[in-house]
Design a protein. Structure first.
Length: 401
């Protein structure tokens, strides 16, 4: 098969391949960029595989960076662009089920491609547009199938994260996992416990952001992979219930975690997410959104709830709630939020400094309590956000303490 119209990213990188070939070596585009081009998707990083060894690449090109030279990877800098170029290699001795104990550089493209995870990722593209397909990856693309290269048990023993990658691609591409590959995931699922949570996190979030989340989430559950992810062991039924939603569409990573923790009825979201190595900022947003969701569920979402959540968390909560209740009037709730007298404490026409200057109040807990009550009354519309009126209210509250 030959592609006549290559994406601009390949055209820009073609001189690199031509230069390597002129030096007497083979060079091809490989990996996700080839797969996505064949699927008509936008490509991102352009990766190159070559028969030239790292030192030979560094001799051919004047500007290179050793980004992973022990594994054969050198970054070639060309016209302001960087192209990761990796020598054909074989790998062996995966004692940690993630990284090879030994990497051997080879001159054979076939030997390099047969170590890759899935057939749809084991395609190479020559500079002239010819697609090199040694493992029926084109057929699997056409038939929308996720299939391991060669023996799936061997592939998953080499790198246990490949099991998560398989179900992630099923979700991203709306593909089905081939029976033998799925059976191997079931058999080898316990190996996932040996993988760092940060790596599992990346694949799981991509799964939840996929085109058809159920295509990935269902095998995640039925294969038993979920048991070897942090905090999931006791939540099989909650995960199954998630599959009952008509549609699972997540707009971003924060929505993924908000939906998941809501579905799993997690009462301590911060503790859960810290185990997954989620950022503190994301934890704060998810916590606020979950509070909104629970208030909405209990029909207790009022002005104060929306105010304390803030616009971002409120929108996040409503996006998740819409998955459970498609008829939810998000626009009406957001209009109520926009109608709030103030959106944050900075908009309040009274603060501690003003109180200390214009009243006989002293610094201390009482001052904070008064400010909180003034803020509450402004938010719920009991008093206008005017400095004079707020000062009067503060003095009344102080007098009745």
């Amino acid at each position: 098969m030959r592609l006549n119209n290559l994406p601009q990213e390949f055209i820009d990188a073609k001189p690199v391949l031509d230069t390597i070939k002129e030096a007497g070596f083979e060079a091809y585009f490989v990996g996700g960029s080839v797969r996505d081009t064949l699927l008509g998707l936008k490509i991102h990083d352009v990766d190159i595989a070559t028969s030239a060894y790292p030192e030979e690449i560094k001799h051919i090109f004047k500007k290179t960076v050793d980004t992973g030279i022990e594994h054969g990877t050198v970054m070639i800098l060309d016209h302001g662009q960087g192209y990761e170029t990796t020598t054909f290699r074989t790998e062996s001795g995966y004692q940690d089920y993630r990284r090879p104990d030994k990497v051997t550089f080879v001159r054979s493209l076939k030997d390099d491609l047969k170590r890759r995870d899935l057939t749809i990722n084991a395609l190479a593209l020559a500079a002239d547009g010819e697609v090199i397909d040694l493992f029926d990856g084109l057929k699997d693309l056409q038939e929308r199938r996720i299939k391991a290269v060669g023996n799936p048990n061997e592939r998953f023993h080499e790198d246990a994260l490949r099991m998560m990658r398989a179900i992630r691609f099923a979700s991203q591409l709306n593909f089905e996992i081939e029976d033998a590959t799925l059976a191997a995931i079931v058999q080898n699922a316990p190996l996932l416990a040996k993988i760092a949570v940060e790596r599992i996190n990346v694949e799981f979030v991509k799964l939840m952001l996929g085109k058809d989340v159920k295509k990935g989430l269902e095998p995640f559950i039925t294969s038993g992979l979920y048991q070897y992810c942090p905090q999931f062991l006791k939540h099989q039924q909650d995960l199954k219930d998630l599959l009952k939603l008509n549609q699972i569409t997540c707009e971003n990573e924060e929505m993924c975690w908000t939906l998941l923790l809501f579905a799993l009825h997690i009462t301590k979201p911060a503790a859960f997410l810290k185990v997954w190595k989620v950022s503190n900022e994301m934890i704060r947003h998810v916590e606020k959104a979950l509070t909104c969701l629970n208030d909405l569920k209990q029909e207790q979402l009022d002005a104060l709830s929306m105010y304390h959540a803030g616009e971002k968390a409120l929108k996040l909560a409503l996006a998740v709630a819409k998955l459970y209740q498609p008829s939810l009037d998000k626009a009406h709730i957001l209009a109520d939020y926009q109608a709030l007298p103030i959106k944050n404490k900075d908009e309040l026409r009274l603060n501690g400094k003003i109180l200390l200057q214009e009243t006989n109040l002293k610094p201390g807990p009482q001052l904070g309590k008064i400010l909180n009550e003034v803020e509450r009354q402004v938010v719920i519309g009991q008093i206008k956000n005017e400095k004079t009126k707020l000062l009067q209210l503060a003095q009344q509250l102080n007098a009745t303490k």
